[in-house]
Design a protein around this ligand. Sequence first.
Ligand SMILES: Cc1ncc(COP(=O)(O)O)c(C=O)c1O
Length: 492
Amino acid sequence: MGVYLDNAATSWPKPEAVYQAVDRFMRQVGATPGRGGYRQEEEASQIADEARAALAHLFHAPDPQCVAFTLNATHAINVALKGLLRPGDHVVTSSIEHNAMWRPLKALERRGVAVTAVACAPDGTLNAEDVEANLCPNTRLMAMLHASNVLGTVLPIAEIGRIAHCHGVPFLVDAAQTAGVYPIDMEAMRVDLLAFAGHKGLYGPHGTGGLVVGPGTTLETWVEGGSGIESESETMPAALPARLGAGTQNAAGIAGLLAGVRFVLEQGVERIRAHEMEMARLLIEGLQEVPGLAILGPRDLEWRTALVSVTVEGYSPDQLALVLDTVFDVATRAGLHCAPQAHRVAGALEQGALRFSPGYFTTPSNQHPLKPGRAASAIKRTDDIPFAVCGTRGECGAAVSVGALVSTLTGASYLKDRERSLALRATAEALQAIAEAGGPRCCKQSVYLSLETAVAFLRRELGLDLPLVIACEFSRRNEECKRDTCRFWNPG
Ligand SMILES: Cc1ncc(COP(=O)(O)O)c(C=O)c1O
């Protein structure tokens, strides 16, 4: 088993009780909560009720009936935004939002809702006073994330909640990155709407999440359909949770989520956070030794979650993630993490970042396969691996530019000077020969060969035995070549 450091996307592994709860539900319960009235259905309903009660307890929400299950945090945020905002309304958000918040807000903006994104500092920190300064008479909602999935920054939600309360503006918090790993008290933090993901820090399966609706907040329905009650009515029931629960729910997922939330309550959020932050500390300690590496987000661990996003001079995050995965068996996440706003704020929009996100099951022990330190040392070692990154063109099929391949090789530090000049000479000769012969494919300055032919050529001409070739596929969009995907190819 490899090292899983992508808990910010979805936690894994799950507590044993979660696997058992899903398995038991599927085999022994099976019915749909709120639809039926027979014993199996009653058990399914009881499981959903217990999950609501456990979540209300965890978030210090006043009433378990105000917990509506959704597919994920994105779904919950959409239910809240589209249930509340109308043309002419104004909403205040932050400049580091995930697309789960940003895209629905932009969609609403096109329909006449005014959106103000209060500027965060490059490390993602946000001044609560700046939020207050942006309130307008028509501000209908304050909506922002609790913690950034790119920078790890935790926003001062209690302070912002107090401002929202003073101005009588409802407050929606996206707790996708904090539910289960950071203390949340809806009452004390004055949060009116809390959107959470079930599959991250709450250890539920994929397809789980929810929206907690505080007292005094009424939402128009965004999705309508069967609710199991008041079926004679043409509108959704007024009472929660049925009002927001149209259609058959992910009952097996909710059973797993209940087991996950119980696990969090048993362990205690403080203990989970302390462990994860210790893993983050070790990770940061190890990563700091990597030349050219910059860590995004605040320096102060107090205002961070456990994820650590980095950029490394001279390497693209995709390249690093691919090598970490294929060579070192370390799972990380590269790219923009569905949150380009946060990358823009941090100045990392161009190339994105490489994100390590340890979880509660990550441990530094050498006995255990999940070791954050391994990821740090793996990055340090990428310099030593004979690998090549080369460009291929989508429209040329599985093709590779020998020039790109060799020039990447010549830039790789493992090549000795003699090999480097040999490589350059051989490439020039090969390119000329291929061009003279009409070439298999010519595109601007480059000649394209199949990956296999290119590697065979390098082997034959240069005696280079490549254990690993990483091919980055390019496609042509807007007259520019943009990298689409990377793929790993083992020449064997
Ligand atoms: C801050 C933040 N908000 C929202 C989401 C969306 O969560 P989900 O995938 O459960 O919809 C994520 C997921 O990574 C996130 O990190």
